[in-house]
Ligand binder design. Structure first.
Ligand SMILES: CC/C=C\C/C=C\C/C=C\CC/C=C/CC(=O)SCCNC(=O)CCNC(=O)[C@H](O)C(C)(C)COP(=O)(O)OP(=O)(O)OC[C@H]1O[C@@H](n2cnc3c(N)ncnc32)[C@H](O)[C@@H]1OP(=O)(O)O
Length: 289
């Protein structure tokens, strides 16, 4: 309930701000964790995640992300969005582990509902989505990128991307898996999901997790030039084609959202799964020390 109220407030406040700044031609609206900038007549918005240190998708971050997308969808002058990160070296560390560890079932259910909501909105967006992957992109971070129509990644071997859930002792849900299969094919997805592979850029390109690699300082300019190419296609034909390609995958979740929430909640609440997450969090801490 509190989140629904926050969402209404943010939408309202955001639209007022958006109108005021539109006077300059360039517009900008920001929540705490998501910054959106639109420039001139090109109809393109740049959406930057800024939830330091690692852009983990906390409940608040998911909510702000979803609201920002909703506002852009409602703005008929926006045809494309470049999704990127403001956190140096990290695109997104994925779902926030602290939302899935040591909480109660009601919290898990609420969290998962918001994860579903963001995924459905991103994956079925009518806008052109290009990801400018300027850092590490494990699990839910990779999920965000996979939702886009085109993925440009910084060619820095320090960055990896992939669905690594099995390394954490958890399981990617069927709709993560479906999207992976749609992107890289069944055999590659089967292997990468079981092994929890985090691909360095060259391998990510080879297997098709990303579409293009560029030097780090060229990620944004390349994303813009890719966007220009996609903008040249008539919206109606591109949108109908996108819908034709993605609808069955989205519908597969839509028809069983509630069951998927129950499934997640009971899975993540298990002692054995909580223990795995605990161990993984400890490992992350130890890496530092
Ligand atoms: C039959 C089927 C049955 C059931 C299925 C049903 C349902 C499905 C069930 C579950 C599926 C749930 C799906 C989850 C998807 C996810 O996204 S899980 C998250 C996966 N993410 C990761 O593994 C990334 C972990 N992080 C890292 O590898 C590194 O942090 C990273 C490379 C991103 C950055 O490295 P570095 O710059 O060195 O930073 P640190 O490692 O030092 O991290 C800084 C602090 O941030 C904390 N942190 C990192 N990642 C997360 C995160 N994802 N969530 C929360 N917090 C995170 C880290 O602990 C540090 O914190 P500290 O400063 O120590 O307090």
């Amino acid at each position: 309930m509190a989140l629904a109220a926050a969402r209404r407030l943010l939408l309202h406040a955001g639209s007022r701000l958006g109108r005021r700044e539109a006077v300059d031609g360039a517009r900008r609206f920001a929540n705490k964790r998501v910054l959106v900038e639109t420039e001139g007549p090109a109809g393109v918005a740049v959406m930057k995640l800024r939830n330091p240190p690692v852009n983990s998708l906390s409940l608040e971050c998911l909510t702000e992300f979803t609201i920002s997308l909703e506002k852009l969808e409602n703005d008929k002058s926006i045809r494309g969005v470049i999704l990127t990160s403001e956190c140096p070296g990290i695109f997104s560390a994925g779902l926030d582990l602290l939302e899935m560890y040591g909480r109660n079932p009601a919290h898990y259910a609420e969290y998962w509902k918001n994860v579903q909501e963001l995924w459905l909105r991103l994956y079925t967006s009518n806008m052109i989505l290009v990801s400018a992957i300027n850092g590490a992109s494990p699990a839910g971070g990779c999920l965000l990128a996979l939702c886009c129509d085109y993925r440009v990644m910084a060619d820095n071997p320090k960055y990896t991307i992939g669905l690594n859930e099995s390394l954490l002792g958890i399981v990617a849900p069927f709709w993560f898996k479906d999207m992976y299969v749609n992107t890289i094919g069944h055999r590659e997805a089967e292997r990468a999901l079981q092994l929890g592979t985090l691909f360095p850029p060259a391998e990510a390109l080879k297997v098709g997790v990303v579409d293009e690699l560029v030097p780090e300082d060229k990620v944004h300019s390349k994303a813009r030039s890719v966007m220009a190419k996609w903008l040249a296609i008539p919206d109606h034909s591109r949108q109908l084609t996108k819908n034709m390609m993605r609808k069955a995958t989205a519908d597969n979740l839509i028809k069983q959202r509630e069951a998927d929430i129950q499934n997640f909640t009971s899975f993540i609440s298990k002692d054995s799964i909580q223990k795995s997450l605990h161990m993984y969090l400890e490992k992350l801490k130890q890496k530092k020390g």
